[in-house]
Ligand binder design. Structure first.
Ligand code: FAD
Length: 417
């Protein structure tokens, strides 16, 4: 098999940004990207599609257009990994070899883990912003709604963009408020977890909206089955005696977010840790067992928020450390766990959560310019007008605006004995 300087598995947000970042630093590199899809999606835009603000087509570009000039695009899926041989097996049985490997194939949406859900998505009032083709249906349901019951669900963590399940809910509520039917709506949030948002700083602002919209919060309540034609959702929760009990809720609209797991090809590979995610050092993003393997994006076991914003900060770190590895040097850049979640609490206002490892607040802007803990029009402007072009024309092209990689302090030189 052919040997490339760098093989990148996955041409999503993380993979493309890393390829561009590498080429910016060393244009002569021979890079191959293994990616079976013909389209590249800007998934953060799907929340806006679900509220009728973005047109779906603006969130989808042909893969060929985002592939950086000069890379070899291998148009198939990775089917296995042999890190000892520095080899990636491909779906057609061929394989490709590398000097350094970057793994960024994202995660798996486990729609099939909820009996009845797949069959009814897109009809019977059942929708999800987690799929390109369904986000427009969310908006149609919200717009055509008559007074009734709407259920919004969130599975166990980790999920990509942990705020997205409630973003969909707030934007629907805002549509119903404007239509004058909100007081006659029963809106329920069923969250498998125990908190509204993982970083407590942002919870008060979100609770204001929960109260304003009259949302009934249910924690520890997991969607386990859907009967679309009968419009019944079944939830599992802990009963009074501590044992799990099942509760059935009828609905007029159900916005479901599927459980999210590592891809099978990753979980079954030598790259996986105990939970099936790729096991990397949280700072350098280098694999804990294979020095020439790096990973970023949704596929890793790092405890950051799984977001495109995280991938934007991770890509330059991986680029710097891959080049160091190719040169036989130690990793030189580190990632602080930055992730961001613009919580769309109403049309025109956003609570902009930005935080790193351990829940440390990492605001991009000074507080006087943009206070992320409150709903602001400036944060909405950022999400609505600025972030899509930043994604397509800066992040994916290796222009590292506000995300220069942080150097690792060199260890002190040991003096003469
Ligand atoms: P992806 O972008 O999903 O790309 C993975 C790529 O790998 C895909 O192109 C896929 O085809 C490819 N692939 C899969 N299997 C293989 C294989 N076997 N071999 C080769 N290639 C493979 N993030 C934010 O920052 N802000 C937000 O507001 C936000 N909102 C979101 C709202 C929704 C509804 C959703 C669904 C996501 C949201 N995100 C948001 C999260 C963000 O989209 C992801 O975190 C980001 O796309 C992760 O990048 P990635 O490259 O790891 O994965």
């Amino acid at each position: 098999p052919r040997v490339h300087d760098v093989v990148i598995v996955g041409g999503g947000a993380a993979g493309i940004a890393t390829a561009s970042s590498l080429l910016k630093r060393r244009p002569s590199l021979d890079i191959a990207i293994v990616e079976p899809a013909t389209c590249h999606y800007y998934q953060p835009g799907w929340t806006m599609v679900g509220a009728g603000i973005f047109k779906p087509e603006t969130t989808r570009h042909p893969m060929a257009e985002v592939m950086p000039a000069g890379v070899t695009w291998i148009r198939q899926a990775a089917a296995g990994f042999a890190p000892q041989m520095r080899e990636v097996m491909l779906a057609d049985g061929a394989s490709v070899r590398y000097r350094a490997l970057v793994v960024a194939p994202g995660l798996r949406l486990a729609w099939d883990a909820i009996p009845g859900l797949s069959e009814t998505l897109g009809e019977n009032g059942v929708t999800s912003n987690y799929r390109y083709d369904l986000a427009p249906y969310t908006y149609r349901l919200a717009s055509d709604m008559r007074p009734g019951r709407a259920l919004f669900t969130q599975p166990a963590m980790p999920i990509k963009c942990a705020g997205a399940p409630q973003k969909a809910m707030y934007l629907c509520c805002d549509i119903w408020r404007e239509a004058g039917i909100l007081p006659r709506m029963e809106v329920e949030f069923h969250n498998a977890g125990g908190v509204l948002f993982g970083v407590p700083t942002y919870v008060p602002a979100l609770m204001d909206y929960v109260e304003r919209y009259g949302i009934d919060l249910n924690f520890g309540s997991t969607l386990v089955a859907v009967d679309g034609p009968a419009r019944i959702a079944t939830f599992e929760r802990k009963g009074a005696d501590g044992r799990p009990e099942r509760v059935e809720r009828t609905f007029d609209m159900l916005h479901a977010v599927p459980p999210q797991t590592p891809l099978d090809v990753i979980a079954a590979s030598p790259l996986a840790g105990p939970g099936g995610w790729i096991e990397v050092d949280p700072a350098t993003l280098r694999h804990v067992r294979h020095e020439d393997v790096f990973a970023l994006g949704d596929a890793t076991d790092t405890p950051n928020a799984k977001t495109a914003a995280a991938a934007r900060k991770q890509a330059p770190v991986v680029a710097v450390n891959v080049l160091a590895a190719l040169d036989g040097k130690a990793p030189a850049a580190q990632y602080n766990g930055y992730g961001s979640c613009p919580l769309t609490v109403e049309r025109g206002r956003i609570v902009l959560a930005e935080f790193g490892y351990g829940g440390a607040l990492l605001p991009t802007f000074p507080k006087w310019m943009l206070d992320g803990t409150r709903p602001t029009r400036r944060a909405w402007f950022l999400k609505d007008r600025m972030l899509p072009p930043i994604y397509w024309y800066a992040m994916l092209r290796g222009r590292e605006w506000l995300c220069a990689p942080e150097p690792i302090a060199a260890p002190p030189e040991s003096g003469p004995a």
